[in-house]
Ligand binder design. Structure first.
Ligand code: IPM
Ligand code: MG
Length: 370
């Protein structure tokens, strides 16, 4: 039986619109293959929204998201704001407001090292081969959202956490660990910070409900070091907002390509799915951006919506595109293909499986390379 889902679409800035378009192509292929109906509603966010309305997150966009079962997000950010730290209105405010207003408290970032890309990793192959990490970052609390301000001769940013905020994301991380290799690493700074001591207390408490899961606690400075020295130590990483921001960026480069990494930001009502690579303004409009991270974000969305087989199909299509070199120039051995071609290939593979390979190759005028 086909299902109907309302999907918000926030393409945003830079390469956002191009990569989102390819993810929609793939979702359309899934809808066709399974008889689902996806109703898309579009909204502006980031620099494009500031240019049109003066607001990085207009109310209409927020409404689109509130009404959605889930939404796709491209990217935000534009150099004209990055070079002006005093700018009062900034694209990033749109993202932070989205997270807070919609209560998107759990940021989930999987990092997988693909064998075909190991040569692109800054780390030695033997260290990264087999890395499979997922970071659970708390996203609506901590120093990002505490009181902040200026004093006569200084400034402050308060970091606060409640039991409730810690518990709800910790449960998600432990649930995830149960479906993986049953290990959670809590990353904190409990030797210095009171909030970190509360995290340890609460997480140890929650761990009692998951006796099969092995919990280790690691100071963030040590974790930053281990991520380089022995990334295979990690499976599920659970951490607060600021440490998660930093450690997830560190983790994201070890696999060799940012262009492949999806993410989810999950709340009670809706959830947002976005590539982690950002707006990459230099590449905008050139049809060279890698759409795979956004397509894999759409796969995470399908999982979230309970469409598990559909998500598997998308991942299989992506794997096939990588195996067969149907990829953009950033990860191609040769010249690579355009953003739209890669999207076409993946969408066709969803519909026709291996058969699409021959037809795509014929259309592209290259020989079959299976
Ligand atoms: C991220 C980004 C954001 C963050 C910025 C753009 C506000 O770095 O999603 O990790 O710090 O959370
Ligand atoms: Mg970040």
């Amino acid at each position: 039986m086909g299902v109907t889902k309302n999907i918000g679409v926030l393409p945003g800035d830079g390469i956002g619109p191009e990569v989102v378009q390819e993810a929609i192509k793939v979702l359309d292929a899934i809808a066709e293959a399974y008889g689902h109906k996806f109703n898309y509603a579009y909204g502006d966010v980031g620099a494009v929204a500031i240019d049109k309305t003066g607001n990085p997150l207009p109310d209409e966009t927020l409404k689109v998201c509130e009404k959605s079962d889930a939404f796709l997000f491209g990217a935000i950010g534009h150099p004209k704001y990055d070079n002006d730290p005093s700018a009062k209105v900034r694209p990033e405010q749109g993202l932070l407001k989205l997270r807070k207003s919609l209560g998107l408290f759990a940021n989930i970032r999987p990092v997988t090292a693909y064998d075909s890309l190991l040569h692109m990793s800054p780390l030695k192959t033997e260290r990264v081969q087999g890395v499979d990490i997922v970071v659970y970052r708390e996203l609506t609390g901590g120093i990002y959202f505490g009181n902040k301000g200026r004093t006569e001769n200084g400034a402050y940013d308060h970091c606060e956490y409640s039991d409730f905020e810690i518990d709800r994301i910790s449960k998600l991380a432990f649930e995830a660990a149960m479906n993986r290799s049953k290990r959670v690493t809590l990353v904190d700074k409990a030797n210095v910070l009171e909030t970190s001591r509360l995290w340890r207390e609460r997480v140890n408490e929650i761990a009692k409900d998951y006796p099969e899961v092995e919990l280790d606690c690691m100071f963030v400075d040590n974790a930053a070091m281990q991520m380089i020295q022995n990334p295979k130590h990690f499976d599920v990483i659970l951490t607060e907002n600021m440490f998660g921001d930093i450690i997830s960026d560190e983790a994201s480069v070890i696999g060799g390509s940012l262009g492949l990494l999806p993410s989810a930001s999950v709340g009670e009502k809706t959830a947002m799915f976005e590539p982690i690579h950002g707006s990459y303004p230099q590449a905008a409009g050139q049809n060279i951006a890698n759409p795979i991270a956004t397509i894999l974000s759409a796969a995470m969305m399908l999982d979230h919506l309970g469409l598990i087989d559909e998500a598997i199909d998308v991942r299989q299509a992506v794997n096939s595109s990588m195996r067969n070199g149907m990829v953009t120039q950033d990860i191609a051995k040769g010249e690579g293909f355009g953003t739209d071609r890669v999207g076409d290939f993946i969408a066709n593979f969803v519909l026709d499986g291996e058969e699409s390979l021959a037809t795509s190759n014929m259309k592209l005028g290259i020989s079959t390379i299976i």
